[in-house]
Structure formats: structure tokens, C-alpha cells
Design a binder for this molecule. Sequence first.
Ligand SMILES: NC(=O)c1ccc[n+]([C@@H]2O[C@H](COP(=O)([O-])OP(=O)(O)OC[C@H]3O[C@@H](n4cnc5c(N)ncnc54)[C@H](OP(=O)(O)O)[C@@H]3O)[C@@H](O)[C@H]2O)c1
Length: 244
Amino acid sequence: MSVLILGATSPIARAVCHEYAADGHSVYLAARDVEEAERIAADVAIRFDVDAVGGPFDALDFDNHGEFVANVETAVGPITVALIAFGDMGDQHASEEDFASAKRVIDVNYTGAASVCEAIADAMLERGAGSIIGISSVAGERGRKSNYFYGSAKGAFTLYLQGLRNRLFEQGIHVMTVKLGFVDTRMTFGMETAIPVATPQQAAQAIVHAQERGENELYYPRFWKGIMGVIKAIPEGLFKRLSL
Ligand SMILES: NC(=O)c1ccc[n+]([C@@H]2O[C@H](COP(=O)([O-])OP(=O)(O)OC[C@H]3O[C@@H](n4cnc5c(N)ncnc54)[C@H](OP(=O)(O)O)[C@@H]3O)[C@@H](O)[C@H]2O)c1
């Protein structure tokens, strides 16, 4: 089995990679920083005694996503599991000031994610097998003034994955949406919250377990499903007055 990890410098992505490598699976670690991807791959190869390859990937390089997937399969064989872990929260204030900043957030989190998922799905369709894990966010469940460019892009990715799952189900391909709450990474660094924050390792174990069970959707930490149920139930007239 060969596992493709996109956004390999993310601590969550690395922890997921460790879970699969510990089970003896080959891994391809792709990141914008190719030297870092190769360094992580060398570490995984030694640590778990598996084939591990590092290579370049940019979510914004839409024109080359098909070629990228072909190169991955040349290097490690048919992709059996693909993890879409990259993401960029951006800066909400900068995005309000300059739409170019908003567009980058939308393009990384949605357009780039959908583009590479299509390329992966095409490869998996040839074999009628495979599993795609897309990391989305609870931020995509309701628009908030503090992060609505990121939230709307993740919300679009969530809907995209839902449709892709619906389309690929009959062809034997599994698509899982991961709706993460707070996980301790550089994305949440310095954030103050009373809500418990999960470790990347905890998130990774839950993700791999859910993928192996063929689940469609995973909230992690799981209590976020309840929190979002409450947040989504707040009437818009009240919600727009809240500072969330
Ligand atoms: N941490 C949380 O609480 C939380 C909550 C909800 C959802 N998420 C999602 O979880 C995933 C992992 O994030 P994280 O928390 O581990 O944060 P992170 O450490 O900031 O990881 C983000 C990853 O995305 C990559 N990336 C950004 N722009 C890219 C691009 N244009 N092309 C390719 N890769 C790109 C980064 O690569 P570089 O190293 O090159 O920058 C990095 O590997 C993301 O999808 C994030 O939206 C996280």
C-alpha cells in the first residue's frame, strides 16, 4: 500500500504518515519545501524501515497536478490512500484590505485542494480502488467575521468532498472528510482558548482509524460535533451580534 501525504510539513500530516509507516506502508511526502520533504522522508525511512520518498508540491500549481500524481505513482506505485493536509488560514484583516490575500486563501484551501483531488481521483478510477482523506475544518460550518475567507474556502472543500464521495462511491473509492477543531500546530500557535486542544498524534490516530473503518466524516476532537450543532442552531439575527 502506498500513502500520499500532501502538506508534509504539517505536524498533523507527519503524525498521520508515522501511523501508516508504522504499519509498513510506503509513503510519498510532498511539500512546497522539497528539501524538508526529503529530510522528513529520510527520517521516516530509517525510523520505520519503509520506502519513503519526498517531493515537491504546491497547491497553487494547478496546471501540474496531473503530472504530479503521475510522478508520485512512478516513484511509489499506485496511490492507495491520499491525505490532503495542506491549508492556509491566511490573515483575515489583510484579506479585507486586499482581495489578492483573500484569493490566495481561497485558492490554497479550496481550488488547489479540489484540483489535486480530481487528479488523484482520476488515477484511482483507473483501478477502481483507493481512499482520499480531505482535512477540512469546523470553521467551514458557519461564516464568522473573524475568519470568513478561510472558513468559506474550507466550507466549499467540505461540500466538494461530499459530492466527490457521492460520485466515487459506486466506483469503489472511499472519500473521508475530516472536520478538525483545535489541534496544537503552528496554525493555532499563541491562540488562547478554554476549549481543549488536541495533539497532532491524537488527531492522526483518529484519522487513520476512521479511514480504515471507511467512515465518511470525522469530527476531531469529537466533541466539536456537539459544539457546531449549537453554533449552527443560533439564529442569524443573534449570531451577527456575537463577536466570534
Ligand atoms: N491546527 C488546527 O487547529 C486546525 C483546525 C482545523 C483545520 N486544520 C487544517 O489542518 C491541516 C493541517 O494544518 P496544521 O494545523 O498542521 O497547520 P500547518 O502546520 O500550518 O500546516 C499547513 C500545511 O499546509 C502547507 N501549505 C500551505 N500552503 C501551501 C501550498 N500553497 N501548497 C502546498 N502546501 C501548502 C504548509 O506548507 P509550508 O510548510 O510550505 O508552509 C503546511 O505543510 C490544514 O488543512 C488546516 O487548515 C487545522
